[in-house]
Design a protein around this ligand. Structure first.
Ligand code: AMP
Length: 519
């Protein structure tokens, strides 16, 4: 049996694939192969009665019984429950994610012995509920999550150490301004970072949690389905869940082939009818031009918002499997005028960076001086939803602007409306427009037990703080009386500590969550 290990791991918990890495005896990051011998594990679950199967086997099983399979949990992090019932039960997305972590952990333990400390990566664009969900998924899987780190930061660390623009302690020799363009299976992220010696600063970040390689796959399926129906008529194959799963697999293969070749064929069948649809790279690029354009727009806006020209960017890093599509590389070459850096495996860079960061955190915890400091920005505005006095319409009173360096604390002043009012309620939101539309509800902050007989208009100061890792805490004070107010943040989503523990017990058992009636 291998000895228990206190060596930490870095985990890239991806939308479509996940990767786990550790540092070898020489301190170099190494991907840990899963039990099937693969470096990447599909983030897909299959519920076979009580048994939860994760990874490649789950993908295979899903083709025949899509109703028992679950994928794309990452897109739903931060919601209270997964968008569809899982074997007839409501299950929070972080519990589903924890099964992926549990498999990565268990497979890695076969090689390294017991694993506990870990750093898990999240898209820079993840808001507070999604970050908390990821931390909770780690806890449920039995990991001690040292921290979450943004995927582009992890990628920059891994690239930097490998390319030699950072030393093995992660320090740069000169100021580097790195643009990280990350297009994965289900999310798109673009981040501008400055690395100066030991200090990593995210200058700006933007992205889209609903844009990734899978959207490119769907376009191929649409193209083939239309050709199929034109030839054979009848029912739309996309309406049949089992056929859709199969067709999407074929589309992904075709897409990968088109990264290497100018043309290929899409072979599909449905209801005993077959068709071979020729498709060229040029056609594929036309079918998906608007998707690529969305990433170009976000990237260009980010650079202009940061107040830089492209000449100030020293490196352009491509991360995520979808950046293998030639159209991505061409577009970035056109926009930036430089050739992207993609010497490191696009699939493994993020997990490797997380492993290096985990190693640095552990070294600091054991009394060594911190080698690198990571400074993030918040990826969404933080606001309080109020009512405009004149119009009676909802309005988003912004407390912390987007892309503010973290950590940050901003105080917002509220006042009591009535004499003798004993509590004040503030609805906290992230993102959204000026009237709070499209915002994420963080929760309600309730300031309770105010002293009796306060006059109307008594000020109450509420301090909103983002920590380094993008988590939010809130404190309240009565400024004129120097008194702290009792404050309760009722989160709109997410699990309580007790629920995390309860789910942890369920996930630790060989059986799935199917037997438990969670409240
Ligand atoms: P990631 O989440 O970073 O592992 O990225 C996974 C996505 O990359 C999936 O949508 C894959 O289909 C896509 N991908 C991987 N390899 C290629 C390739 N050679 N060409 C196009 N897309 C790819």
């Amino acid at each position: 049996m291998p000895k228990p290990s206190i060596k930490p791991v870095g985990i890239d918990l991806g939308t479509t694939f996940s990767v786990i890495a550790h540092l070898d005896a020489a301190g170099r990051p190494v991907t840990i192969m899963n039990a099937e011998g693969d470096a990447i594990t599909p983030s897909v679950l299959f519920f076979d009665g009580d048994l939860v199967i994760v990874g490649k086997e789950a993908v295979k099983a899903a083709i025949h019984e899509p109703q028992h399979s679950v994928a794309f949990m990452k897109r739903e992090m931060g919601s209270s429950v997964f968008s569809r019932l899982v074997n007839g039960k409501k299950v929070p997305p972080e519990v589903l994610q924890s099964y992926v972590l549990k498999k990565l952990k268990a497979d890695a333990e076969l090689k390294l012995g017991q694993i506990k400390p870990a750093v898990i990566t999240v898209p820079a664009f993840f808001d507070d509920p999604r970050r908390k969900g990821t931390l909770d998924a780690g806890k449920i899987a039995g990991l001690d999550v040292l921290n979450v780190i943004n995927e582009p930061t992890a990628a920059a660390i891994a690239f930097g150490v490998q390319e030699g623009f950072l030393n093995e302690k992660g320090e740069s020799k000169r100021t580097e301004r790195v643009l990280v363009y990350d297009l994965g299976g289900g999310t798109f992220d673009v981040t501008l970072m400055e690395i100066d010696g030991k200090s990593y600063r995210a200058l700006a970040t933007d992205g889209d949690v609903y844009l990734g390689g899978t959207d490119w796959d769907h376009r191929i399926v649409d193209f083939a389905a239309e050709a199929f129906m034109k030839k054979h008529g009848g029912k739309d194959p996309r309406k049949d869940p089992s056929a859709l799963t199969r067709w999407l697999h074929e589309a992904e293969d075709v897409k990968r082939a088109l990264s290497a070749r100018e043309a290929t064929n899409y072979t599909c069948d449905f209801n005993d009818k077959k068709l071979r649809v020729p498709i060229s790279r040029a056609q594929f690029e036309e079918l998906t031009a608007d998707l690529l354009e969305r990433t170009r727009f976000t990237t260009s806006s980010l650079i202009s918002e940061a107040g830089f020209g492209w000449d100030k960017i020293t490196r352009l890093l491509l991360v995520g499997g979808s950046t293998r599509m030639p159209m991505v590389q061409q577009m970035l070459k056109e926009v930036t005028g430089r050739t992207p850096d993609r010497s490191l495996s696009a699939d493994e860079a993020v997990a490797h960076g997380a492993a290096i960061y985990a190693g640095l955190l552990m070294a600091t915890g054991q009394g060594q001086a911190p080698t690198v400091t990571v400074r993030n920005v918040n990826s969404h505005t933080l606001g309080v939803l109020g009512i405009e006095k004149q119009t009676g319409r909802p309005c988003n009173q912004i407390v912390i602007q987007k892309n503010t360096p973290l950590p940050v604390t901003k105080v917002s002043r509220f006042q009591t409306a009535k004499t003798g009012q004993r509590s004040v309620v503030a609805n906290i939101i992230e993102g959204g427009d000026s009237s709070g539309g499209n915002a994420t509800q963080i929760g309600k902050c309730v300031i309770q037990d105010l002293p009796a007989n306060l006059p109307a208009g008594t000020p109450v100061d509420v301090a909103f703080s983002y920590s380094d890792d993008g988590r939010l805490t809130v404190k309240a004070k009565l400024p004129n009386q120097g008194k702290m107010a009792v404050l309760v943040v009722e989160r709109a989503s997410g699990l309580s500590e007790q629920q995390v523990k309860k789910w942890g017990d369920v996930v630790a058992k060989p059986s799935g969550p199917l037997e438990l009636n969670e409240d």
